[in-house]
Design a protein around this ligand. Structure first.
Ligand code: NAD
Length: 504
């Protein structure tokens, strides 16, 4: 157990260290801070006091509490000052040699029952711990930036880390108002591992010529429910930084295809298209604000008649309503007429395969993604031989009620199906490999990545059977092991149970 009488040490007064100090003080703990650069400590102390006083001004805490918190911070001038600490959290340079050096030194200074935690985001925690005589007291304690606002922390259990150490850090996190999630010491831990699909699959879609960057963002925001599209997010984090993380996790997992980055990334980094921080990425920025890019309007075209084949009820209803409202005939004959636009609604399959399987004339076929509702955005997809007139007729009809329409080239799984399936599949793999518990996976992803739902909950929302159908269809189509369904997904989909189902 921790209690607020525990003394917390924080090493490193940079962006992360000062955030950790602030939340520990606000959790009622006395905190000792040290940094190799004394000026950084002095700056951090001023910054932290300002943040705490601001909280009092906002009425979140009382003046007396602010005084106590500020008074609870001690700047120490050497690591010997950590001697009476119960937990020391390190947040210095991301370099294994440097971290090993300080952990070796700390191990000699602190009491035997003191927990040593590293805020590393990419190093192997066991390697940091190996510098200590007592590696069992070392764990990862991975916060996200900015620490006071990102209310989740990963506790990384290395091979030798004891359960007691994990429990102590978990209690400490909760006392600071953060949600602890436990991950075993694996590349990317939990959150950055779960985040591998969003960007890499989006790049794959663009690199395959299915569509351009911005339409992917439009679809993931409006249909997928994400606050930011994948490229908008990469512009925010910086492609130079995110590109390095993509490479690092992929290589640490010995080139596992599910995490495979894309050649487009390095081309853009080489061109200096980092994103928001230097004003140009997937979007242009002026005064740190994104320059809006207007979408192409729907063409002023309509089909002579429309036939809806094997569609979901929602799609059939919307098309029927739009057709009636715009004077378009409904073609409900078993074999659609030569002039009829034919709408299909594949799950996992591309428009071409769907047209052929249903014995349709591919020139008249346009597919619409049925999985994510049709009220905020519609994704249409053509076969290579769909005539431009049929494409425009579908686009014009589906755009008649002012819902935005995105038109893409043929792709198994459209845009949202393939990206969501990739996210769910990786979430399932994290559960399958026991990297984290099913209780922790979804909250970690929601809080750490800001996704609208965690991967397991998103899979249940769409339907595990549908996610399996998409992954399997993509795997069959491409023959790429990237899309092979996780065993966790497959078993639960086949049994018809929730992806949150654990083995007894
Ligand atoms: N910035 C992020 O978004 C983020 C998120 C999660 C984790 N992390 C991790 O947190 C750690 C710190 O990152 P940051 O962004 O706060 O870095 P930062 O550069 O803002 O601060 C690092 C601080 O460490 C000090 N320092 C460097 N070497 C030292 C040493 N040998 N002994 C004592 N102090 C030393 C520096 O003087 C500096 O004040 C890194 O391991 C990083 O990977 C960063």
């Amino acid at each position: 157990m921790t209690s607020q009488t525990d003394i917390i040490g924080v090493m490193g007064a940079g962006a992360m260290g000062r955030g950790i100090v602030q939340i520990a003080l606000s959790g009622g703990y006395p905190v000792k801070l040290w940094d190799a650069n004394a000026e950084a400590c002095a700056d951090a102390a001023k910054f932290i006091e300002r943040m705490i006083r601001r909280n009092a001004e906002k009425g979140n805490i009382t003046e007396a509490e602010a005084d106590t918190y500020v008074g609870n911070l001690t700047i120490i001038d050497s690591i010997e000052g950590y001697a009476d600490c119960d937990i020391v959290v390190e947040a210095i340079l991301e370099n294994l040699d440097v971290k090993q050096q300080v952990f070796g030194d700390l191990d000699k200074v602190v009491r035997p029952d003191c927990v040593l935690a590293s805020n590393t985001s990419s190093l192997v925690v066991a390697a940091i711990a190996s510098a200590c005589e007592h590696p069992e007291r070392v764990a990862g304690f991975h916060f996200f930036n900015p620490v006071p606002l990102m209310k989740v922390v990963e506790i990384v259990q290395a091979v030798r880390t004891t359960d007691e150490v994990v429990q102590k850090l978990s209690d400490f996190a909760k006392a600071m108002g953060h949600r602890p999630v436990v991950a075993i010491d694996t590349p990317g831990f939990l959150v950055n591992h779960a985040g591998r699909a969003y960007g890499t699959e989006a790049f794959r879609i663009v690199s395959e010529g299915i569509t351009d960057y911005l339409p992917v963002d439009d679809v993931m925001r409006d249909a997928g429910g994400f606050r930011m599209g994948p490229f908008e997010l990469l512009d925010l984090t910086g492609l130079d930084v995110s590109g390095a993380v993509m490479d690092s996790i992929y290589n640490q997992f010995y080139q596992e295809a599910r995490y495979r980055p894309n050649a487009l990334v390095n081309q853009r980094i080489a061109a200096g298209l980092y994103g928001r921080k230097n004003g140009s990425g997937f979007y242009a920025y002026e005064d740190n604000k994104r320059v809006p890019v207007p979408e192409a309007p729907s063409p002023d075209a309509l089909p002579a008649a429309v036939s809806v084949v094997h569609a979901t009820a929602e799609v059939a209803d919307i098309i029927t309503d739009l057709a009636k409202a715009n004077g378009v005939a409904i073609d409900d004959s078993a074999t659609p007429g030569a002039d009829s636009l034919v709408i299909v609604t594949p799950i996992g399959k591309d428009a071409t395969t769907t047209a052929l399987e249903l014995g349709l004339n591919a020139e008249n076929v346009v597919a619409i993604d049925p999985l994510f509702g049709l009220k905020s955005r519609r994704t249409l997809m053509t076969t290579p031989v769909t005539t431009p007139a049929m494409r425009d007729a579908a686009w014009g009809l589906l755009g008649k009620d002012a819902v935005p329409v995105t038109v893409i080239h043929d792709s198994p799984g459209f845009i949202a199906q393939r990206i969501i399936a990739a996210i769910v599949n990786i979430g399932c793999e994290i559960a399958q490999q026991r990297i984290a518990s099913t209780e922790d996976i979804d909250p970690a992803v929601e809080l750490g990545l800001g996704y609208p739902r965690g991967p397991l909950a998103y899979g249940d929302f769409v339907g595990a059977d549908k996610i399996l159908a998409i992954s399997q269809a993509m795997f069959d189509f491409y023959g790429d092991p990237r899309y092979r369904p996780s065993a966790w997904l497959k078993r639960r989909a086949l049994l018809g149970v929730s992806l949150l189902t654990n083995e007894g």
